[in-house]
Each structure stands twice: as structure tokens, then as C-alpha cells.
Write a protein that binds this ligand. Structure first.
Ligand SMILES: C[S@@+](CC[C@H](N)C(=O)[O-])C[C@H]1O[C@@H](n2cnc3c(N)ncnc32)[C@H](O)[C@@H]1O
Length: 260
């Protein structure tokens, strides 16, 4: 479904129908999916420019034009990336489309299996857990229900990583409980295991104990620090907590935060 929203070709009739049903109720869906993908590339480039050269991209999704290793290697050709997803289709496409298996690997795993991911041969071959690592949680944790304790899982993972490690985060949020319930119920009605749209405050818990990076392009130390992904370090936009248009009831709350 996400591939279809991004204008990709790797999707099925059922995905397209489901997206159309969703977009009928949430017209901003296509915009924020594409804004999220553009945010991912800007955030990876920013983190790579901070000197972090290894990335664990959890819930990576299908490869598209500008993937994490492309964005990271623009800054550092030696940057290494392990992509993780639980969808076997993502794995087969990922392995087929990958253009650098020396510094990049795909791993089929559930992100809740932290031990399995950290000890997998793909991870130990490419990532050094004693050095700063970027954990990517981009448009992912809303896929996990509360009983999976997604935010506790992230906290425990970060506690195991070296100081200087960071997260790149985004999450579908809404201040409008009716809109949040509508989207959650709609996705669950497709038979997709999913979590829920959360409020911005609920999603912001992921940053507890971490230091948020400035979302301003000039790096100024001024809030808001967790913002609508369309405005995070965007050349022509000031960071905003919520979308500019009051008609946009859902958006992706985003931020990059470091473990010091
Ligand atoms: C909306 S896509 C986001 C893709 C990419 N991170 C991005 O932002 O462009 C969510 C991805 O997370 C994956 N996913 C969802 N739950 C997962 C889980 N429990 N373990 C691993 N991957 C998961 C899905 O298969 C899907 O590819």
C-alpha cells in the first residue's frame, strides 16, 4: 500500500483499492506519505553529516528511488545499512534491487525480536554495536499495537547502543480522536495487523531520555523540536509542530534524537 502511495509499481490490486478507500476519508494521505519519504532522506543525510556511519533501518519497506544507503553514502561512501522488514516481499525485492551488497544487507525479521536482529549474521557483519548507530523508525511504530510496547522496545534497544547513537523517527498522529479511530479501523478492516494512529503526545514518548536535534536547517536551538515531517530541516519551510492546513487531520510527527 505504501509503495502505491509513493507512486511505485510494486503493488497489487488489493493494495490500490485499500489506498483509494483510505484516501477517500483522508485526502492528505498521499501528501504525507510522500512528505515522510522525503523526510527520511533529509534525516539520513543529516545524521551521516554528524559522523554516524551505520544505520539499522527497521520496517524499511520496499526499496524506492532514494533509499537509506543512497542518502547515507552521498555523505560517506563507506556508510553501512542493514534493512529489516517482516514482509517477505520486501525482502525479495530488496535483495533483487540492492546495488551494494558489500555495505548493505536485508534481514527478514520482526522488529520486536531485538535480540534476533542484533545477533543476526547480516547485522554482525556490517554493524559495530560499540560505535554510534542510527536506528530508523520511520513511519513504523503506528504498525505496532500498544500491547507490543513499541516505545519500551525502543528504549531498551537504545540502552544497549553506544552513546552518540540516535533515532530517526516518524509516526502517523492526529489531535482528532475521530480521525485517528477512523484510519485505524479502516486499516484493521483490510485484515492487516496494525497498531493505531496515536496523538502527538503519545508518539512523543519515544524521545524520552534522548536529546532532540534541531529541526531548523540553520541548526538553531529553538523549538518545536518534534515536528510535522514535511517541515523538518526543509529548505523552504520553518519547522511546525502541526500541518499549516487545519484540514489536515493526520500527519507524521517526526524528529531525530541522540543518546548522549
Ligand atoms: C509505512 S512502511 C514504512 C517504510 C519506510 N520506513 C519509510 O518510511 O519509507 C512500514 C513498513 O514496516 C514494516 N513492518 C510493520 N510491522 C513490522 C514488524 N513488526 N516488524 C518488521 N517490519 C514491520 C511493513 O512491512 C512496512 O514495510
Amino acid at each position: 500500500m505504501y509503495d502505491f502511495l509513493l507512486g511505485g509499481k510494486d503493488n497489487f490490486e488489493a493494495d490500490r483499492k485499500a489506498c483509494e478507500a483510505l484516501a477517500n476519508g483522508i485526502p492528505e494521505l498521499v501528501t504525507f506519505a510522500n512528505d515522510n519519504r522525503a523526510y527520511l532522506a533529509r534525516a539520513v543525510e543529516y545524521v551521516a553529516a554528524q559522523g554516524v556511519d551505520q544505520f539499522l533501518d527497521l520496517g524499511a519497506g520496499l526499496p524506492t528511488a532514494d533509499n537509506t544507503h543512497h542518502a547515507a553514502q552521498r555523505h560517506n561512501p563507506e556508510a553501512r545499512v542493514v534493512y529489516v522488514d517482516h514482509d517477505p516481499i520486501v525482502l525479495s525485492h530488496g535483495r533483487a534491487l540492492i546495488d551494494d551488497s558489500v555495505r548493505t544487507a536485508f534481514l527478514l525479521a520482526d522488529i520486536r525480536d531485538t535480540d534476533g536482529i542484533l545477533s543476526a549474521p547480516e547485522t554482525t557483519r556490517l554493524l559495530d554495536l560499540d560505535r554510534p548507530l542510527c536506528v530508523m523508525l520511520v513511519s513504523l511504530l503506528h504498525c505496532l499495537p500498544d500491547d507490543s510496547d513499541p516505545f519500551g522496545m525502543v528504549r531498551r534497544l537504545m540502552d544497549r547502543l553506544a552513546p552518540g547513537s540516535c533515532i530517526i523517527f516518524s509516526h502517523i498522529v492526529s489531535d482528532d480522536p475521530a480521525a485517528a479511530v477512523w484510519m485505524t479501523d479502516k486499516i484493521l478492516s483490510f485484515g492487516t495487523p496494525w497498531g493505531r494512529v496515536r496523538s502527538p503526545e503519545e508518539a512523543s514518548v519515544v524521545f524520552d531520555g534522548l536529546e532532540l536535534a534541531s529541526p531548523w536547517l540553520d541548526g538553531r536551538d529553538e523549538g518545536p523540536f518534534a515536528v510535522d515531517c514535511a517541515t523538518w530541516r526543509k529548505p523552504d519551510a520553518d519547522p511546525r509542530f502541526r500541518p499549516a492546513s487545519a484540514e489536515s487531520k493526520l500527519w507524521e510527527l517526526s524528529g531525530v534524537a541522540f543518546r548522549r
